[in-house]
Design a protein around this ligand. Structure first.
Ligand code: GLU
Length: 293
């Protein structure tokens, strides 16, 4: 790569191959491409397939077909997250060594049951912006000698960020630069509202939050253009960037395409699926119009 290539703005479209692309993805892909072109930048494609149980080669092939049909070009090679687990593990281990991460042994069902008992007694339990209850403090308070012993017995576990410890360590407000369709300007990050987020799952050696910040940094991404549904997740991403010493991109969170009932499109909805619209004879230009570009 030449020096002038290296200085260009870098955009990425980062779909997960756990379903087919719909109009919301088309809007994201078009915006990434349009902004990259306007700034004479580069456009990367990243396949976010850490969830090996739900992601398939067929869905990935469908994504490439849809993007070809929309006439969106990306640089090769495509980065496939499932081929980079050691890089995410290295970042995780750096945080473990600093005592900022702990192994969490409760299953999702066990957390739900504990929260239900608490709430049945009329107590409120904190929830993250997606409505998921925060992880109970039980494992965070466990001494390291004890959790090392449990780990050596082979017990299934995830790794979670000790949010309070991380925030104490940073000791200052974090901000990100937002240029999207919602609030813009310097946005104060609020990672605490997420509780002790997962950085490595019990069924995958990473998590969405960890892989996305590691990859954006490794790929030199300067502009993250994605849906407003990920606006609040950016708080966690900013915190991880600071903890891991990674550069911060500019963020553009764009409007979402909603269905007739005002709900966010899901990957299972056939009529807004790009493959279905293509089969009905629509063109990439029709899709641009449909998503309001
Ligand atoms: N893989 C995520 C998705 O398909 C997008 C992540 C991102 O753009 O940061 O929703």
């Amino acid at each position: 790569m030449t020096t002038s290539e290296r200085q260009k703005p870098v955009f990425r479209f980062a779909p997960s191959p756990n379903g087919s692309l719909h109009l919301g993805h088309a809007l994201s892909a078009f915006l990434n491409r349009d902004m990259a072109e306007a700034l004479h930048g580069r456009l990367l494609l990243r396949i976010e397939d850490i969830d090996q149980a739900r992601c398939t080669a067929e869905f990935e092939a469908g994504i490439l077909r849809d993007l070809d049909w929309l006439e969106i070009d990306w640089e090769s090679p495509v980065r496939r997250q499932s081929e980079h687990f050691p890089e995410y593990q290295a970042a995780l281990h750096a945080l473990i060594e600093r005592g900022l991460v702990y192994p969490a042994f409760l299953t999702r069902g066990e957390v739900k049951a504990r929260v239900a008992v608490y709430e049945a007694a009329g107590q409120s339990w904190p929830r993250d912006p997606d409505g998921t209850p925060h992880y109970p403090p039980i494992d965070r308070e466990r001494p390291e000698t004890e959790w090392r012993e449990i780990l050596s017995s082979g017990k299934k576990h995830a790794w979670r960020l000790d949010m309070r410890k991380a925030l104490d360590l940073i000791g200052e407000l974090l901000f990100w630069t937002e240029i999207g369709d919602g609030r813009t300007g310097e946005i104060a990050a609020e990672p605490g509202i997420w509780g002790d987020v997962i950085l490595s799952r019990s069924d995958a050696p990473s998590s969405y939050h960890l892989s996305v910040v590691v990859d954006d940094a490794l790929q030199g991404v300067t502009h993250v253009v994605r849906g407003l549904d990920l606006f609040h997740a950016t708080s966690v991403h900013r915190l991880l960037q600071v903890l891991l010493g990674l550069p911060q991109p500019v963020y553009h969170h764009h409007r979402l395409i909603l269905d007739a009932d005002g709900r966010k499109l899901s990957k299972s909805e056939g009529d807004s699926g790009l493959a279905e619209l293509r089969a009905r004879g629509m063109s990439g230009t029709d899709i641009r119009r449909l998503v309001g570009l």
